[in-house]
Design a protein around this ligand. Structure first.
Ligand code: AHM
Ligand code: MG
Length: 333
């Protein structure tokens, strides 16, 4: 079988569809290279002195793991010097990161969650990196947080890497979703799945049901109907999966369907849900829609939300279209 590398794929996409100009290709390749480095660090585990807590907190008040910080630094360093970016933003940094003056600036903005699924780092369960690419607004001077606050529909590329039994990179530039597997011996990304499609129907759902007592009625109703199985209103049995790494849960859904939910709940009205709009929900929504699925916050399409803050949280319902539409409809009734 002829092997197609990430570079060859990106060059051919540009020739055929004109969606990946040279600067964007460089950006994607640099992010992919950084993910390779992160994958290597993750794979070392206890041998690499990368495990455990860094004993610091990020802007959301979450304790940072050593690998959170290592991954953030790898992405920053890799992306600073290439001339393709105007600025970066990360889950692990309170404010945006400007490109140092000694380097040329480009026209793109990069956002990332450097290591998603932090609670799984120390227990050898799949974790990953999520990224989103926006264009800097026309006539932008020195970038500010405001320049990043664009709805997800403005993304020009998005993707994630999963560091699991295999390391994979899943990417969209607005023309379908493709999956690349890291060939560890050769150190290269090889195209292994073209045009991933999420089945419209599914019998699998993902939610952290330890929060059930805090859910709002539409979520309780929807999940109870699934749990009732073939003797309930859905007349069908549903299976549950929850990895607690969004990257891994979304990868399963892109591979074989399913619905993923991280709803808002009654605990704290100032914190609607757990996941972050700009570097978790938006890139995943872009990928899921490009694969024929849907992504909402229960009220509207995630990619239509006008962001108000860099680290804003949002309820997330995404995956197989029919189920996402159903749970969204329950919110509107
Ligand atoms: P993180 O970015 O700090 O790792 O948090 C996001 C993660 C998601 O990957 C996952 O879906 C969710 O948090 C799991 O949350 P919980 O521990 O509440 O089940
Ligand atoms: Mg995360």
């Amino acid at each position: 079988m002829k092997r197609i590398s990430l570079t060859q794929y990106l060059v051919e996409e540009q020739r055929q569809h004109n969606t990946i100009p040279a600067e964007l290709r460089l950006l994607i390749e640099v992010v992919a290279r950084a993910c390779k480095t992160i994958s290597h660090a993750v794979g070392k585990g206890a041998l690499g002195e990368v495990m455990g807590s860094a004993e610091t907190e990020n802007v959301q008040g979450e304790v940072q793991k050593k690998l959170d910080i290592i991954s953030n630094d790898i992405l920053l360093e890799a992306n600073e010097w290439g001339g393709h970016l105007a600025a970066m933003a990360s889950e692990e940094m309170e404010t945006i990161h400007l490109i140092p003056n000694r380097y040329p600036k480009g026209e793109y903005l990069l956002l990332f969650d450097p290591l998603d699924g932090s609670s799984n780092i120390d227990v050898n369960v799949s974790i990953g990196t999520i990224f989103s690419v926006l264009k800097a607004p026309e006539g932008m001077g020195v970038p500010t947080e405001q320049d990043f606050l664009q709805p997800g529909s403005q993304q020009v590329a998005a993707g994630y890497a999963v560091y699991g039994p295999q390391t994979v990179l899943v990417l969209t530039t607005g023309n379908g979703v493709n999956c690349f597997t890291l060939d560890r011996e050769m150190g290269s990304w090889v195209l292994t799945q073209r045009n991933m499609q999420i089945p419209t129907e599914t019998k699998e759902f993902a939610i952290n049901s330890s929060n059930a007592r805090h859910w709002f009625p539409p979520v309780t109703r929807y999940v109870n109907e699934l749990l009732a199985g073939d003797s309930g209103p859905r007349s069908s049995n549903f299976n549950m999966r929850w990895i607690a790494s969004m990257v891994a849960d979304v990868h399963r859904i892109l591979s074989r369907g399913g619905v993923f939910m991280y709803p808002a709940d009654t605990r704290d009205t100032k914190m609607p849900g757990k996941l972050r709009l700009m570097y978790e929900a938006n890139p995943m929504a872009f990928l899921v829609e490009q694969a024929g699925g849907a992504a909402t916050n229960g009220a509207q399409r995630i990619m239509d939300i006008q962001p108000e803050k860099l680290h804003q949280r949002v309820p997330v319902f995404l995956g197989s279209k029919n189920e996402v539409e159903r749970v969204t409809a329950y919110h509107q009734e």
